[in-house]
Design a protein around this ligand. Sequence first.
Ligand code: F6P
Length: 548
Amino acid sequence: MSLEKTDSLRSRPAWSRLVTHAKDNRAFNLEQAFLADRARYRDFSLEVNDLLVDYSRCLVTRDTIQLLVELAEEAGLGSNIEALLAGEIVNGTERRAALHTALRGTGPAIVDGKPVEPLVSAELDLFLAYADAVRSGARVGYSGKRIERVINIGIGGSDLGPRLVSDALQAAEEPVRVRYVAGIDGQELERSLRGADPETTLFVICSKTFSTLETRLNADAAKSWLLAKLPAEAVTCHFAAVSVNHAAMDEFGIAKDARFSIWDWVGGRFSLWSAIGVSSAIAIGGAAFRQLLAGAAGMDQHFRSRPLAENIPVVLGLLSVWQQSFLGITDHVILPYDQRLELLPAYLQQLFMESLGKSVCNDGSPVYCSTGASVWGTVGSHSQHSFAQLLHQGTASIQVDYIGTVAGPRLSVAGGQVEGLANMIAQSESLALGQDESSVQESLAASGKDAAEIERLSAHRVHPGNRPSVMLLLRELSPRMLGALLAMYEHQVYVQAMIWDINPFDQWGVELGKVRAGQYAEYLKNGDTEKLPGIGQSILTWQRKSSG
Ligand code: F6P
């Protein structure tokens, strides 16, 4: 297993060749590349199960791809993939496997000498049966009324994935409305409770650890809200929970038949496939949830079996390594041209940035190149009227993922779905090809501008182009396709981490702030001015003034 660092990637021959290749290809130009090579689209695109990936607008030649594949081979990527899927300890700092793939039936995976498949499939049956019982009304509240509103309480991986799945796949007319609450200040919870009836409301507490501050505060507040109207025994009917921490679920009063397990070997940001997804299963139904898993399993199969150069997550991961480590790109922008994927950028922010935001290699030595990019984005058409200006003409160094679906949902209103796809193509082409000064001048002249006006405006209207993007085209946004898309991104993250030799499964960087916040909360509550930094003292002063 090559996860233990034995030598620096920098010393690998392919790495050095890529450094030279990057220097030699500084003048690479996408417009010329397309003109010189009619087969560029055909040769720089891949397809699997109704998902097409067009990477012809990335800043690569055939040699670049060849060298990147050699780098992956030298890094032992093939055996790293097998190690992940088999349940080996791929999370070195926490000495754990990372078996999100086993949650969708990809195996065989063994942990502590035992196959995990029986555990996973028994838990899946349990939480999907629970979800369907809530949906159908078979599982009711304390007073026998049907559950009409479900409020998922969780944060990070216990929120973003299930929230995305619900939002993307929930049909217009669902028997139960599912909402998500994550924020610490109570406002999101309060909004989710507007107009709610405790007798028809179910809270689902999702927390791998059951100790996350935001989730504990919201869960306690939800319990107080419920108990203001219903007796203590009602908790068992109105709360469900998912955690590894059964003692904490006992203490909270979660009924035995409304609690579900996850395991240490499921990372928070990879947990939407587990019982952490129970609220999304209530939103979309157990059968659709199984389709989501099947789509992800199909991508696992592709990841495991395809040669590196034809392997979608591998190619995407290698392209990001190339663009981020060799070309200096710092921002990875996600632009879905499908409103149902509005929450995808937020989900991918955690997946990429918590996984790849590392500065040391697996052996603790400093990384020698830039690693994770900043990931951000929004729905494509929104972006065009907000930040796309910076993508086209700003000085930031960006790579973009455009995501489109061909068959849209059936709507009762006229929608511009075709126009949306046309805009996606136009955006990607504009980023890639730009518009040079002479063509700007020609178009200004054609629009009747005089020479002085052309001179005044042309520099402002030039689009430099040569900015890389990938286009991901889905035939439709079914549960199966969404599963495949999310699994593809998980594997892309793993590929990048393996090349950079960093651990994508820990997140120590979130701990320090948590510890300090605990201390500052005490000082703020006790009015302990001396122990607070300047801004904390101002908070206390303003609090005192506000409370009269
Ligand atoms: O603080 C970050 C984090 O640990 C994430 O990795 C995780 O998804 C989130 O908090 C929530 O953790 P839990 O499910 O234990 O409440």
